[in-house]
Ligand binder design. Structure first.
Ligand SMILES: O=C(O)C(=O)C[C@]1(C(=O)O)C=C[C@@H](O)C=C1
Length: 374
């Protein structure tokens, strides 16, 4: 993009949880850059480098912090303006394509839910471009956690007994299945592209085979629906994790990986050479021997043949650290393909746990020792 201020996309329409995640990420960026205080790092973060994410769309600014009085501030205005410029996309692949083509600078997409697990469509769409030429590769540069609260919404005046179908996103429905079985057993599920898309169809009188939507409270507001029931999620603590995706390189050809913060994670996709006993163990050993903890691991079909899988995973630590770098080199030797999807700050800011024998210093000492022997 050539304009000064970045433009973001999200899985839309307005009122999705993904839009809420984008708002949360923009607010966090503004707080971080306004505060401009770097956390102490165990992973090579350097007090002179910009805060994580500042090299991504969102950009550093010297604007004031939000006021404690609650009065609107310049920071609030900037977030509101960024949201105003943001673009809804009907599907995750469409949103990622817009980043690749330069139509937007970054997009927020759902990747993992605490009840339903990985969002397969996102994992597959991210991986689809990861083996592509460098100029169309994508990079994860940040994450956001959003607590999920569902409502049942319908056109004003709709009565419960008139509801024979309920529209929602495929990841939302399993999170309310118990409530539906107890409260609307007659209703069948109708899949929609997002929770807010179901609400929008009702508002537009375009819903086919459903009279109510499972969506965020915000979507019911945006589309002028009546809320028939609140807090209908089966798990009150449900959380969805979203990631901000940009192009791997900016217009000047610089890599966009944000600087280490000391509380980073790295997302990878690994391919085995051939299915054989201990194949996955061989990949995971690369992390274990370097004291690297994993926070997500799932297998996804490669689509090439029955039983052919790759592994999508998140590990603790930043690619700039010695231990993660060494693990990636180890993987490069033993795996058929290693796809790096990004290193970025954890939303919960939990510091990476580094033991003395896996610290950057320990790796540097060992290398110096070997060098002296050779
Ligand atoms: O449909 C939405 O509102 C979304 O933002 C998508 C999505 C998802 O893909 O998991 C996000 C959070 C909820 O868990 C359900 C749906």
């Amino acid at each position: 993009m050539t304009h000064d201020e970045p433009t973001y996309g999200y899985l839309g329409p307005a009122g999705t949880f993904t839009q809420a995640a984008l708002r949360g990420w923009l607010e966090q960026q503004r707080r971080d850059t306004a505060g401009a205080v770097r956390p102490a790092s165990d992973e090579g973060a350097d007090a002179t480098t910009p805060a994580a994410g500042a090299s991504t769309p969102g950009e550093a600014s010297s604007h004031q912090t939000p006021s404690s009085s609650g009065a609107p501030t310049a920071t609030d205005d900037l977030v509101a303006a960024a949201l105003e410029r943001s673009v809804p996309f009907a599907t995750v692949p469409a949103a990622l394509d817009a980043v690749r083509s330069g139509g937007v600078d970054g997009v927020m997409v759902p990747i993992e839910n605490s009840v339903e697990g990985g969002v397969s469509s996102t994992l597959d769409a991210l991986n689809a471009g990861a083996g592509a030429p460098t100029d169309s590769q994508l990079l994860l540069v940040g994450e956001v956690l959003v607590p999920i609260t569902f409502v049942l919404a319908a056109r004003p005046g709709t009565r419960a007994e008139q509801i024979t179908g309920v529209g929602s996103h495929s990841h939302a429905w399993p999170q309310v299945r118990g409530w539906m079985a107890s409260n609307l057993p007659q209703a069948t599920y109708v899949p929609t592209l997002s929770t807010a898309a179901a609400a929008q169809s009702l508002a537009d009188d375009a819903a086919e085979n459903f009279q109510a939507a499972v969506c965020a409270p915000m979507a019911a507001d945006v589309f002028g629906l009546e809320t028939l029931a609140t807090h209908i999620g089966d798990n009150a603590g449900a959380v969805t994790r979203f990631v901000l995706v940009t192009k791997a390189r900016d217009a000047a050809g610089r890599p966009r990986t944000p600087a280490p913060t000391g509380h980073d994670k790295t997302t990878l996709v690994l391919y085995q050479h051939a299915d054989r006993a201990g194949g996955l163990l061989e990949l995971l050993e690369q992390f274990a021997t370097r004291g690297i903890s994993m926070s997500r691991l799932e297998s996804r079909p490669t689509g090439e043949a029955m039983g052919s899988y790759c592994f999508s995973l998140d590990i603790e630590g930043h690619i700039a650290s010695e231990r993660v770098g060494e693990a990636l080199m180890g993987l490069k030797r033993v795996a058929a393909d290693v796809r790096y999807l990004g290193s970025y700050a954890r939303a919960d800011k939990r510091p990476v746990d580094v033991t003395p024998e896996t610290s950057d210093e320990a790796f540097a000492d060992a290398r110096a020792w070997l060098h002296a022997l050779r």
